[in-house]
Ligand binder design. Sequence first.
Ligand SMILES: *Cc1c(COP(=O)(O)O)cnc(C)c1O
Length: 486
Amino acid sequence: MTPLLKEAYSPEAFRKHAHALVDQLADYLSAAQQNEPGRFFTIHEPEALYASWKNKLNSNEQKDVPGFFTEILNGSLNLQHPRYMGHQVTAPLPITAIAGMLTQIVNNGLAVYEVGNTACVLEKLIIDTLAQVLGYNTEASGLLTSGGTLANLTALLTARAMITGTDVWENGQQEEKFALMVSEEAHYCVDRAVRVMGWGSEGIIKIPVNDSFSMRTELLPEYFAEAQRKGIRVVAVVGSACSTSTGAYDDLEAIAAFCKEHSLWFHADGAHGSAVAFSQKHKHLIKGIEHADSVVTDFHKLLLIPGLATAVVYKNGLHAFKTFRQDAQYLWNKATSIDHYNLGKKTFECTKVMMSVKIASALHLHGPQVWEDFVNTAHENGQLFAKAVTERNAIELALPPQSNIVCFRYIKGITDNETANRINRAIRSKLLENGNFFIVQTTLKGNVYLRVTLMNPFTSVEDMNGLLDEVESIGELWMKDYELPS
Ligand SMILES: *Cc1c(COP(=O)(O)O)cnc(C)c1O
């Protein structure tokens, strides 16, 4: 044991630093919630920021732990701030962050029961709770994994194992061509999963969306027949619940019926929106999800858990054991036995973070009601934001929102899409430069829209109008100085 190692593990140093950090973070939360007007973030030029950190980490100055944490806080986007309205990542419940500190000291690996115990059984409990609200019966089961991207890949690998009938796992990719069908608005990770599976660009058949940006399910038979003519075997249909850009939900009942008719795997990508299962008021949005062979739910989006924490739930829980079938002699005695608590059999990961403990801490302290409250608040905020937009002539909605994701653009005095695209892009850049509101942008049917995801429960109508006022005033300035194309 070197003196450095001894010092690094000092319980007293840990106590001191952790107490100080807790105070710092409590102040951080409190300041965010007080929402004083003005800038709340600054995005630094990446090369300069890199250089300044390189300096700091290499310096021989006295180490200042609270100072280090302060700089990390100041240099990070503040998702706890009510005027953060950007991406879909949650402002985590504080209790889950505290549980996170615990899990990081304990750091159990979870691939097998003996290196996880409690976290392994909590995982099953959480999956069972989710399966039940999704409308499944007790045959359903699944797993937790690191993010929706990996979760979708996992579910689609299961679909391949269950539907194709060819043993790719044993024999490698064969001659036969496989594909899945998904809306053109689906998250890009579905496309990525297809390519990882070796199906190439022909392996993803994109179904156009309607004016509400959900899949035109009436086109499924036509695209299916077209694939058959080309000798491509469709394995699965993926429904988006909801899609990322617009928050629009696909008609899951229609997809379920089509999959049943053709014996296809029905996968629901509910990374963002399947959380509505916890809300009596909004669960109608995912009607039909109980027919899905697999569902993905991100706990780090609408369910308030720090990233990453994602569930894959299978209608038939045994399917979870069909995805990866490997002997790992040093981990488990028998690769083929169905032991839910040996988590590594079902996940791509071997070592995995103890996400179940963070989720369980929220359930223990607040109960599932906290999820229902938040889902309702977020969805109500989506409607309030849309209302605030429609009250203005200068700004238009891309579509009426179904969730807490709202897309809109500045249009005052603009008659063509090209100008609208340039101005809206410029508005977003200026908004980031000003640092009063954080929002993102997206492209819908070739046109640029500003996009908010209302993830912070403290965001008020005043905040929304503050943002829209700023959008209008930047837009007006731009229009004055802007040479409109003739
Ligand atoms: C966010 C999202 C994903 C990706 O999930 P990550 O957890 O970011 O990997 C996939 N699909 C949809 C519909 C999403 O909204």
